[in-house]
Structure formats: structure tokens, C-alpha cells
Design a protein around this ligand. Structure first.
Ligand code: GAP
Length: 446
């Protein structure tokens, strides 16, 4: 796994996976667009997560909340005041950087949860200056929320910094309408926005990104049990989609590192070429969120416990994953520069592969094209297909390997008489002859 993050970004651009957003205008750090194959892979990650976390469970329901919400929401949640990172800025403001990121680069160790005093001490001790040799001012705190004004009246609002707040605001409505009883979960996927000081490492740290979050509401006292349960479940999901176990680990947050809402937090980390980095967090948020929104909105967000005949404020175990970081991880884990084949192969799990099957008439001759189109039309409602009749068959196989297509179907002259085609397996390169009528069952996408 020696591919650098710059090489990965360039591979993604070449293969129609991810582009820098607004590149023809020079782009802007931390914003990306997904291309034709990238959007399929991203949707597949989201769909697999939804199936695992929502559709296949009786105790979790979904929702889809607004991206923009009034200032009051983010004041109550604590984000307007506390959702910040430490920043180092030069005296002449010519260079700014997130303090822990800068220290990690300079001193080659992790500085998660470092305090402002420690940053100032380290900068002085090691005589650290900006890359342009300018001196830093004292370290300062920078809020990551994106404020904006809504309507002609200019009502103060924010772009959401995490998707989950909308779940808390709708807790009582959903609990009543879906008749949920503790313990139960509410899940949501969607965009989140953070004005990151140092967006870097391609999709790893963006300013606009997507989250897959689930809040599991429980009775106070059951926190440890459910924290452990969701830790195991989330790791199992990654393994079920083919991530190599040796590349995953859990790391507990130390006290200084905990977000303002968290009582306990553990990150699932992936072994990227730029180090072990967080792809998902499992958090014990206690009853902080529901309590603070009850206090500020003066509305009831509690729960009637039929056993004890009391009204209680549920505790929350949260699982919070980033889609873009997942995307990057699945690509790294699948990436194989196969010297023997002479091309890259993405060994993506078939459920995640952007294209499931390529339909390749061996030559551009009358009869084969029509047969290939007939097969395309018979499969297209079952799976994402791709038709390609240009170039040598070897070149076409290579193009499909490079975007992770698990199967290629070739149609030759015999197909016209025996109604059979050849299926080529991406990973083993094995080829087998199959009746066209049996194709759907022969293509194993599980
Ligand atoms: N609701 C809790 C929460 O948002 P978080 O640890 O701040 O917790 C959860 O974020 C996940 O969101 C992270 O594990 C990561 O995958 C993703 N994420 C956070 N900031 C990101 C960024 N700037 N760019 C890309 N993904 C990010």
C-alpha cells in the first residue's frame, strides 16, 4: 500500500471517480465533486450502511433533516461556542495552519487533544516557524461552523456541522409517530460542513463532506453495554465489505480530546499511507443533547418509561462515520498495482463496485452488437451495466479492472448460435461459459 495521497487523488481524477470542485475556476481547498464511477461507489457505501443500520433492523428508523438551521439550534448544541480547533497564524497573517496538524508534521507524533498552552510551549521550545519562515502569533481558537444569513431579513443561521442535531430536534415526533420503545435508534445520512483550517489529504479532511450517523437512545446505566455492542457492530460492517482486519483498529479518546458533548469516545481508525486515521467515531453522549435542547427550546424531548411510570431523558450512544473517508479507505484497501497484468485492479467488494458487469462484444461486427445490447437490456434493471465495444479485449478488461468491475461478459460469434457468453472474473481472471438465460444467477454479487 505505497500509493501516496497525491497519487490516489490523481488516480481518482483519471478514472472518473473524484474531481477538485470548480477546477476550471482554480478550485477551492476542501471541496470535491464525484464523477460517474465515484458517485456509484459513494451511493453503494451509503446504501450498504442504510441496509445494515436501518432496513435490516426493527429497532432503528431513519430520517432526513434540513441542512440549514436557525442559530438557536447550534447555540443550544454548544457548537456555536465550542466547536473549534486551535490555529497557528503568522504575525503578518500570511500563513495559517491547524495547530495539531502542524505539530504532527514537524515533530512526527500525534498531538490529538493538545492544549493552547502546550502548543505555545512547543512552538517556542522547538523554535517552530511557518514554511515561509514567518513567526507565529500565540495560538488561537477558530470556530469551524459556517454561519449564514437567511432571507431578506438576514436571519442568523448555520450550515449543519454534524447531521445528528436534526435527530435530537425530532426525537419526540419520531418516537411517537413510529411508536418506538427504548432502546431504539434514529439514523440519518447527509452533508455536513466544517470550515476546516487545514483541509488536506484529499477526501480525508474536507470542508463539505457527508456523514452516516445513528443515535441509539437508551436508559441511563445501559451505556457500557450498548457502547460495546455498537463498537462490535460497526467493525463487523467494515469487515463484511472486505476491509482487511489488520488495517482497522479502535483508539480511545483521552479526556482532553473529547468533544464537548461526549462522555466516552472511541475512533475506528484505518491504516492510511499517511498514518492511522479516524474513519468513524462511537460516542457516549450521555443525555447532553436532549437536555440542552429541552432547556433552550423549552419543549419536551423526554420519554415516558412505562416500567417505572417516570419521564426520563434517554442517554445516547452514537455511531458517526464519514462517507468520504470511507470512500478513500475502500479505495486504498482495494487498490492493487498488478505488475503481472500490467494494470491496476480495484478488488472492491461486488456490493460496492461502481459497475457490476461490463458487456463486451468481441468485435464490432453485425450481430454481436445487437446480441450485446439485448443482454445489456435484460440485465440493466438488476445491476449497473456498462457497454464497451472499443479497443482490444485486453484493454477493455484492464479498464474494467481499474474501476473494480467484478465481471466482464464477452459475446463472440458462437454466442449467436449457442446462446452462451463468457464471464471473466476480475480477481481470478477465470473465464467460464454460461447460457445467457442463466446470467443473473451466475453473477454472484453477494
Ligand atoms: N456527530 C458526531 C461527529 O460529527 P466527528 O468525529 O466530528 O463526530 C464523525 O465526525 C465522522 O465524520 C468522522 O469520523 C469522519 O469520518 C467524518 N468527518 C469529520 N470531519 C470531517 C472532514 N473535515 N472531512 C471529511 N470527513 C470528516
Amino acid at each position: 500500500m505505497s500509493l501516496s495521497i497525491e497519487e490516489m487523488a490523481s488516480f481518482c481524477k483519471r478514472k472518473g471517480l473524484v474531481y477538485n470542485s470548480a477546477e476550471i475556476y482554480g478550485g477551492m481547498a476542501g471541496f470535491f465533486d464525484y464523477g460517474p464511477y465515484g458517485v456509484e461507489l459513494k451511493k453503494n457505501i451509503l446504501n450498504e450502511w442504510w441496509k445494515y443500520m436501518v432496513s435490516s433492523r426493527q429497532d432503528i428508523v431513519g430520517m432526513d433533516g434540513a441542512i440549514i438551521s436557525p442559530e438557536a439550534v447550534w447555540k443550544a448544541s454548544g457548537h456555536a461556542e465550542n466547536f473549534s480547533d486551535l490555529m497557528l497564524v503568522t504575525e503578518d497573517k500570511s500563513y495559517e495552519v491547524r495547530a495539531d496538524v502542524f505539530l504532527e508534521e514537524q515533530l512526527k507524533r500525534s498531538f490529538d487533544g493538545v492544549s493552547a498552552e502546550e502548543v505555545n510551549k512547543l512552538v517556542e521550545e522547538h523554535k517552530l516557524v511557518a514554511p515561509n519562515k514567518k513567526k507565529f502569533k500565540k495560538c488561537e481558537s477558530f470556530n469551524l461552523m459556517f454561519p449564514l444569513k437567511v432571507g431578506a431579513a438576514g436571519t442568523a443561521a448555520y450550515l449543519r456541522g454534524e447531521t445528528t442535531q436534526m435527530i435530537y430536534l425530532n426525537f419526540s415526533l419520531i418516537q411517537n409517530d413510529a411508536r418506538m420503545k427504548l432502546p431504539f435508534g434514529i439514523a440519518q445520512t447527509g452533508k455536513a460542513f466544517r470550515n476546516e483550517i487545514s483541509p488536506r489529504n484529499f477526501l480525508f479532511r474536507c470542508r463539505e463532506f457527508e456523514q452516516m450517523e445513528m443515535q441509539f437512545f437508551i436508559k441511563h446505566g445501559d451505556n457500557k453495554k450498548w457502547f460495546k455492542f455498537w463498537q462490535a457492530e460497526r467493525k463487523a460492517w467494515y469487515l463484511s465489505l472486505g476491509i482487511k482486519e489488520k488495517n482497522l483498529r479502535y483508539r480511545a479518546h483521552n479526556k482532553d480530546e473529547l468533544a464537548h458533548y461526549a462522555k466516552q469516545a472511541e475512533d475506528i481508525e484505518y491504516n492510511f499511507p499517511f498514518g492511522w486515521k479516524e474513519i468513524e467515531g462511537v460516542h457516549d453522549r450521555g443525555n447532553w443533547d436532549l437536555s440542552t435542547h429541552m432547556k433552550h427550546s423549552k419543549q419536551k424531548l423526554d420519554y415516558y418509561d412505562e416500567e417505572t411510570k417516570e419521564r426520563i431523558i434517554p442517554n445516547i450512544i452514537e455511531t458517526s462515520a464519514g462517507v468520504d473517508r470511507n470512500f478513500l479507505m475502500f479505495l486504498y484497501d482495494a487498490y492493487d498495482d498488478d505488475k503481472e497484468r500490467g494494470n491496476i485492479v480495484l478488488h472492491l467488494h461486488p456490493k460496492l463496485a461502481p459497475i457490476k458487469v461490463a458487456i463486451l462484444p468481441l468485435v464490432k461486427k453485425v450481430g454481436l452488437k445487437e446480441k450485446a445490447e439485448e443482454i445489456f437490456n435484460s440485465l440493466k434493471m438488476n445491476m449497473v451495466c456498462f457497454y464497451d465495444d472499443s479497443g482490444s479485449i485486453g484493454r477493455r478488461y484492464a479498464r474494467m479492472d481499474e474501476i473494480g468491475t467484478p465481471y466482464c461478459i464477452t459475446i463472440d460469434f458462437e454466442s449467436l448460435t449457442d446462446n452462451s457468453v463468457t464471464i471473466r472474473n476480475r480477481d481470478s481472471r477465470e473465464q467460464k461459459r454460461v447460457k445467457i438465460a442463466d446470467l443473473v444467477s451466475a453473477l454472484d454479487l453477494s
